[in-house]
Design a protein around this ligand. Sequence first.
Ligand code: ZN
Ligand code: ZN
Length: 1221
Amino acid sequence: MAVCRPQALDSEQTWLEAAQAFIQETLCPAGKETNVQLTQLVIDCVKTTWLSQGRNQGFTLPLSYSFVSVRDLRSHQRLPCCSHLSWSSAAYQTWAQEAGLSGSPLPRERLLLLGTLTDLSGDSEQEDRNGSLYVKDNTGTLGCELIDLDLSWLGHLFLFPSWSYLPPARWESSGKGHLELWGGPVPVLPLTVSTGPSTPVPVLYPEAASRLLRHSSKLRVVQRNLAGKLVRLSALVKSQKKTYFILSLGESSPAGSQAGSCVSIIVQVPAQLVWHRALWPGRAYVLTELRVSKIHGYRYHVWTTSSSSHLLPLKPECVQELDLQPELGAPLLEADPKPLPRTSNIQDRKMQKDLVRDSRLLSYTGTVTGVLNQAAGLYELDGQLGLCLSYQQVHGLRRVLRPGVSLELQDVHLLQSVGGGTQRPVLAPCLRGAVLLRGFSRQKPETQSSPQVWGASLYEQLVWERQLGLPLYLWAIKTLEELACKLCPHVLRHHQFLQRRPPGNPSLGLQLLAPILDVLAPPRVPSRNAHKEILEEPHRCPLQKYARLQTPCSFPTLATLKEEGQCRAWASFDPKTLLPFPEAFHLTSCQLNQRLAWSSICLRPSTFQPAQVLLGVLVASSHKGCLQLRDQTSSLPCLLLNKRSQPLADPQLIGCLVRAEKFQLIIERNVRSNFPSWKELSTTGFIQMQEARVYVQFLLADAMILPVPRPFHHSATSSTCPQIETESPHIGQSRLFLLSHKEALMKRNFCVPSGASLEVPKPTLSFHVSGSWLAGTQRKEGTGWGPPELKGDKHKDQKVLLIFLGSSVRWFEFLHPGQVYRLVAPGPPTPMLFEASGSSCMSQRPLELAGCSSCLTVQSKWTLELESSPDTPDVANINKALPASSLTDLLSGNSTDSLVSFSAEILSRTLCEPLLAPLQTKPGSSGARRGCVKLTVALESADWEFPPHLDIYIEDPHLPPPLGLLPGARVYFGQLEKRVSRSHNVYCCFRCSTYTQVLSFPPETAVSAPLPCIYLADLLQGGQAPFQAIVSCHIVSVFSLQLLWVCAHCTSLSLQGRCTHQGSTCPTQTSVSQANIRLLVEDGTAEAVVTCRNHHVAAALGLCASEWTSLLELVRGPGKVALQFIGPGAQPESSAKIDEPLTFFLRTLCTSLSVLRPIVLSFELERKPSKIVPLEPPRLQRFQCGELPLLTHVNPRIQLLCLSIQEPEHSSSLGTFASFC
Ligand SMILES: [Zn+2]
Ligand SMILES: [Zn+2]
């Protein structure tokens, strides 16, 4: 040590010089001469404190410590730290280890902090005091927190031996850090010890004080001193006018007088607000010079402090009870018949019918174990309770709160099972209760997440403006956090989402919640009255009563929604349900698998619990041309309609935030399976591949559209939504065009423009529209467009073909016939930009076909705007109706190869064999090849009572079909190719030119209208006949009956259950039965031939299920039984021998009354309408009646297909052959 000594002396000298300079600059009163005395006092104080611990390592001065000023802390200390003078490293280590396991302890700095403790935030005496506490030196002030304030410390200079400094939290608007002062400060100058008053102070105890209050109107205004135990302390209330708090004094010795008496005192003098930090519930105090006054908004008189009031600890020897007897007289001193209700910790819980409960009011001491959301005032206490501080304005305290802080909560509400996703009980103080700091945390605060940083003012708005109850508030906070995770930071920035938007608009977050909050907590005029909340008995506040919240809804991420949709779609995929039994029984393997190949389900929000709300930003994919909703997790294709029958046409919707409570989540299931027959339907092993196409469809009219602030577009990194940044929004040119036709979006071949790369061109995703220019090019003038360039009449109505390829395909979903669009080219005007004849890109022939004189490739940086202003030339006169072919043209079989357009409702959608498929493919192997989609539609027509049905086929390259072609949907089909089959049925096919537009989504509840009941003669009236109907008729005779068993795999005849196919290699020997019967029916108006197949044959024969099964089993042996009956009553011809018992039985059955009987027949026409229109005229037929030849008109026979056969009501089943089985 001796060797070190001179060096140490040098260091001490340097340290002392630095100390002197620091003290002079920072602590001595400014502008005065060097204050040697103060400097010495400060150094002595530091020295004494340093030496007091005995761990000074032989140094008399803390040489490793340096002085720090308030300014230096604020400007240089960016990280939280603590400093403990005279602590050894070991002492610090022990201290730090107790910081808790979860967090890291505050790092240690060796800094000496001195300053004056004050409740003035600045230098000026006039500055508002609001109860905050500061450490002040010549360089500035810094907010501080102290556990046990002695009021006599204010205004004195202290050395703070132990403290922590925390830089400002990001959400705090003040931008200042704060100090946490551990332990008592050491005064630099000895404090004057108050000796107390020489004579005892005359005081009133609470009982007398409150009685005096009730008679205050009769008394002179006299200032009194009140004494008692502090039983309640309210929060510090900041109203617009003033800041105040209310304390209640109770009897200090309950045994002595009437228990429970207490009196409230309002403290609102700014200089006294700091008392709030010095008061400890349970301790006894004297408050001097109080007066009785009336306060605004409260009907009773209360005690208030005057500016000369003092707060003193109650020492019984220094006070003397004031005798009110002479002043008030005897009667007034009688015990009050109605004592103020006792403040009980636990209020009685009343059970109420409407599930509204009362919260419990209690006091609680605990330790903060987690910060759930600091800006929203949500914490975790003791690992099991929630703590919500939002119903108080305790911002000063909130900055201190972090794991490790211990708190005393006075008169706090306990709310249990609040619902809405919050599991644990929650403590929440209202204005009546106080949150008192009882211990600091040794942990470093955690870095805050962005939603917390930006959400602070929104959260406050929810409590103080929207006045949400706690359950709803907690749900809203949780939901906002989830929403922020869904959308931020890539889709939206946190501040864009959470902050209020100018001018005074609510934040996007609040707008998204508003529809739900409006229902659950309608906006109200602020009604919290702080005085009443604190003073009035019984207590009333927003936390007093609450009801368990049923989670109103959830905003799933798009990824979750997709996944949930797929899960449900596959969970509900049951081949046995999709193929009901009696029908499946007769299907061959190929038919079976084809029927399973495509199906769809539609999930609505109400099918989820809680209901789901769809949310995402609308983007138009420049890769796929489709519309998508996007969030952070995923993107979901969507199909939007403006409203019913109105397509989405406004490209301005791109980039908007869309929120929909009404939507349909569609899951199309594509399945490849190889079920051998119906018997294996419950075995999942036969499903080879399953994939789902998930998308949503909804009406924009049902959705909330929120434009997102522009900066989003520049920050968006999405590849599929390139928001082309225009060089300047004030330069550009545009031209209006009317769209007349749009073609399908598909891969097409294009010639490479000269000068481009020499690569072999690949088919490019693209589409064309044709239309006509409405006027010349217009230049940007300010915010509008200048007059169109006049180029003579020839430019008027000039036809044009626009080609969209590359990223321009993103406009596909917005372009619709009949709409007027403005094509905008940003940048400096280029002459003839919109005149270019792009014939280099395309052969001249299609142009000629389209009747266009020019074609133009839409460049990727060009944009589209929907033009809807009425002053646009010609726009008003445009007929927006979609072109439609006449039904007669459509259904007549004579003109082939023509293009037809119509609106129709889709009745069914199935997969089938490709139309022109070569037949070399093995039957049965075609399970679910990507064949061909067949839509059966009912045409819409005002003239036809019963809509005719038509089949539409979609084949490659138009697969998969556009979104929304679902059974129940109404769709406009433009420019389909009409074809006529060999059997003269009209059907349609998709072509490159085909345009489809969904007009309405499948209805919410698919109510299938009952089939009309008609007479058979109605069917002879041509086009007006329904395609499907019910008729009550009589079976006149049976023409033919065929029962057979076929190999389920190759459909060859099956004998004894064995496939008879030559060189049979069929994998299974499963055979299925098939049946067919042709009947003649008549209903008194006409006759019809009805074909019944499979299970309908059993109904036609009047056989029950067991009879039918037995009959089919009998046929299994011969493999096939076929009977032909020639005319009514004629002898049957049979493939089998007539005398076989089975043939004999069937022949007898078919001619018996149990078959030839009245029935109710549901049917459809065997031919699609083309065969009916034009109708064959009745032809003359010659009959021989005995000797007489008769010539009469005979109507063509109506051919019907049986849909079902019912027995007429009241007709008892004959059951003649019941004994057969
Ligand atoms: Zn309350
Ligand atoms: Zn076979």
